[in-house]
Write a protein that binds this ligand. Sequence first.
Ligand code: ADE
Length: 220
Amino acid sequence: MRIDVITLFPEVFGPLHSSIPARAQDKGLLELHLHWLREFGAGPHHQVDDTPFGGGPGMVMTCGPIFDCLDTIPDSPERLVIYPTPQGKPFLQQDAIELASQSHLVFICGHYEGVDQRVRDTLVDREYSIGDYVLSSGELSSMVIADAVIRLIPGVIKPESYQQDSFFKKGLDHPHYTKPADFRGLQVPEVLLSGHHKNIEKWREERAIETTRKVRPDLL
Ligand code: ADE
């Protein structure tokens, strides 16, 4: 998969250079390109925003730099342009699964009051919100979406690892324990030490349902 990111702050993308996303790149399963939008800004100050027509607070990101930057990114019918925004469709695990089968994603990171509507109307294929709250910028939401997608690219992690994740089946994941079995008197549930796979599976399913019922009954 190829991922391009159009951003005013390429330096904040550390999380996509470490852990699982780094491994995906090392394995040749992901090609990441960060584009510094400021380079496409207008005039001596490389301006990328302006005041909103009709008045009101804040600034709006202008069309020119974003259109020009996108023009430098290879285009094809497979290219999918994503604009993370609080006004987008809620981004769910199902969306991550669907995006993981794409070959080329481009993220546009918004700032201030967001981008000129003409960017959204003509360049953007998908708009996603990562939750009902407002972040300062689209960098964090782009990283959240990209990370959720990257770990699902075939070959990046073992299918067994993500098939037991929260949201993969309906509901949340079960609790996990590791060694030592007794830590300062805190014990690991007996069943997990029993080696009885059927009972372990049953215990995990029950704990997963119990947690989901308690904190996210809407998922059941
Ligand atoms: N940008 C700012 N807030 C956001 C949100 N909740 N989801 C996606 N992008 C955003």
